[in-house]
Design a protein around this ligand. Structure first.
Ligand code: DGL
Length: 330
């Protein structure tokens, strides 16, 4: 008989730690009120999967997460993974920004051990809550050696997603998450089934380490529309190092903003054209002469995750060609 793996389950808050006044409160409830011990204790058969240790790292909705929260989570998970008696880590997290934290871990952890970020759309107190099953599935994924070397994973709604691709796409349904190229696999009856692997480098194959990061540079995201005022760009250019411009369609820039964005790039702001459509590739030197203007393009990455990547890339270089290479590689 093989020994059970040792998993650490980190609580950070979110709906998975929430409670409603009544079972019918599937969308209106208080989030981040249950301790991770309590949440874990309510999962039947969890002990059969692994030896579990719970740790309360944060207790807040993930909409509040700033760069400092990412660094705290990154450092703690990294320290746990370095312990020989820890085989994997599960992070219970609010779903709102789960994709950002997971992507940050995906790019900065230096370990092949399984790391699973999990949330739920309904609190444990609600009718047909997904909290217990999602957490059970996350434990099952983290406990399985097949999950090693895949980078950070997000487990929700019976699916296993790579942190690079997954995003929250719905505000209230159980089926809220998706990846543009599909999940890596499913979890069925507590057993992960993988059908594909992440294609882009992560964890051990990136130049960033959560342990070495003391701060992240300021990068802002702008959701564009035709009437967007240039003062928004000017204000960002005044104190940020990077701007993800979530343009219309293929990262298009309205005529009134071409000059301000070009000037901002000349002044040192790293301007990255992204798309507000939610999927697809932004074509470099397509609709805009990015090279001539000093702009970068996002490849297929969503604006909120492009922010994570640009922050990390800017910790090591300010060179536009090197920053573009990061978008093309990761
Ligand atoms: N406060 C939101 C968050 O923590 C709740 C959303 C959720 O966890 O599903 O992201």
């Amino acid at each position: 008989m093989t020994a059970k793996p040792n998993l650490v389950v980190i609580g950070t808050g979110g709906t998975i730690a929430g409670r409603g006044n009544a079972a019918v409160n599937t969308s209106a409830y208080q989030c981040s009120v249950l301790g991770i011990d309590e949440v874990l204790a309510s999962i039947p058969h969890a002990d059969a999967l692994a030896n579990l240790r719970a740790e309360q790292l944060l207790q807040t909705g993930s909409e509040n997460f700033g760069n400092a929260h990412l660094l705290v989570i990154g450092r703690r998970v990294s320290a746990l993974l370095a312990q020989p008696d820890v085989d994997g880590v599960v992070i219970a997290h609010g779903t709102d920004t789960i994709e950002e934290t997971a992507y940050f871990l995906h790019l900065t952890l230096k370990s092949a051990k399984p790391v699973v970020v999990v949330g739920s759309m309904r609190p444990p107190s609600a009718l047909s809550s997904d909290a217990a099953l999602n957490l059970y599935d996350a434990l099952a994924v983290a406990a399985d050696p097949a999950s090693r070397g895949l980078g950070a994973l997000v487990v929700v709604n019976d699916e296993i997603h790579t942190a690079r691709d997954v995003a929250k796409r719905n505000s209230f349904k159980l089926e809220a998450f998706g990846s543009p190229y599909g999940p890596l696999g499913y979890v069925v009856e507590g057993v992960p089934r993988y059908y594909r692997r992440p294609a882009r480098p992560h964890t051990l194959d990136t130049p960033w380490s959560a342990d070495a990061l003391d701060a992240l540079p300021k990068v802002d995201v702008v959701h564009a529309y035709g009437a967007l005022d240039r003062r928004v760009i000017d204000a960002i250019a005044a104190d940020a190092r990077g701007l993800i411009y979530a343009g219309t369609g293929n990262g298009n820039v309205s005529e009134s903003l071409i000059g301000p964005l070009r000037d901002a790039a000349r002044g040192g702001l790293r301007v990255v054209r992204a798309s507000r459509t939610g999927s697809g590739v932004v074509v470099r030197n397509g609709a805009q002469p990015d090279g001539a203007f000093g702009w970068l393009t996002v490849d297929d990455q969503l604006p909120q995750k492009a922010r994570i990547l640009l922050m990390l890339a800017l910790t090591q270089t300010d060179d536009p060609a090197a920053l573009q290479a990061a978008f093309d590689r990761y």
